[in-house]
Structures are given as structure tokens and as C-alpha cells.
Design a binder for this molecule. Structure first.
Ligand SMILES: [Zn+2]
Length: 148
């Protein structure tokens, strides 16, 4: 079955590839540093993850929270594993991935562009979008990689 998450990630958005996971930056930077951690193998749900995969995921979460605090002074993080879109297809074919959204109680400026979190302290907005130029994307990825 065709699975978009099994395809090679777009190099432009790639942050890091580990033994079991692929970390990429989202095109929508409404939450500065927003990205995905995607399982390298096609795995339908969290209960199918193996202990080694959980262990590495734990390490990755620790590293990402650390580097996003260092890079942008992120205040806290929203981690979600949703996979709802896969169930819009019949039959569904979900592929385990996590969304991470750093949250901010302050404005961050990168190359003259301002990033705000007007919903801070509340559920993230699914509708707010912020696109970025290739230059700003490179700066964001560079800053995230500095402490990974
Ligand atoms: Zn897949």
C-alpha cells in the first residue's frame, strides 16, 4: 500500500536521521521550531513500537527539548501522536509519527521575522499558518542542529 511517510524525507526540511526515527521541520512555522518525528519503519500504531524504538524516541525528545530551549528559549512543548488523516482513507494505513510544537510566552525574531504564540497556555491552533523563506528555514534548522 502507498504510504507517504515511507518515502524519503525532503532534504530541505531534514533535521536529523537516527537509527529508528527521522526528524523534520514543518513547512508551517506558526509555532517556531515545529516539526515531526517519524518512524523509519512502517508501523501502524504506538503499541507496535519496540523497546529500542521507545528508548531512542525518549533520547530524541530530551535532545529536541534541550536544543529548542537553547536555540529559541522555548517555554514548553506540545507533543502529539494523532494520525487522524490516515483514517480519511479506506482502508486506513497509518504510519507512526509525532508532532512537536514548541510553545512560547514571548516573541522570537529570526532574520527580521517575528514568531508569536498568541494561544500560549491553551491548546495550539490548527488553523494558524506561518510560512518561511528558504533562508529563514536554513537558519532555524541550523540553530536546532547546534545542540542536538
Ligand atoms: Zn509508511
Amino acid at each position: 500500500m502507498n504510504c507517504i511517510s515511507c518515502k524519503k524525507p525532503n532534504e530541505k526540511n531534514l533535521i536529523v536521521i537516527t537509527k529508528f526515527w527521522i526528524v523534520t521541520l514543518s513547512r508551517n512555522q506558526a509555532y517556531l521550531g515545529r516539526g515531526y518525528i517519524t518512524s523509519k519503519r512502517h508501523c501502524n500504531n504506538l503499541s507496535e513500537l519496540k523497546p529500542d524504538e521507545w528508548s531512542e524516541l525518549h533520547d530524541l525528545i530530551k535532545k529536541l527539548e534541550y536544543t529548542l530551549e537553547k536555540a529559541f528559549n522555548a517555554t514548553m512543548f506540545n507533543w502529539t501522536c494523532l494520525m487522524n488523516v490516515a483514517y480519511q482513507e479506506s482502508p486506513p494505513n497509518p504510519h507512526v509519527h509525532w508532532h512537536f510544537r514548541p510553545r512560547y510566552d514571548h516573541t522570537v525574531e529570526i532574520a527580521g521575522k517575528q514568531f508569536n504564540d498568541p494561544e500560549f497556555g491553551h491548546h495550539y491552533s490548527r488553523k494558524r499558518e506561518q510560512s518561511i523563506t528558504p533562508t529563514v528555514r536554513e537558519i532555524i534548522i541550523h540553530k536546532i542542529k547546534q545542540h542536538l
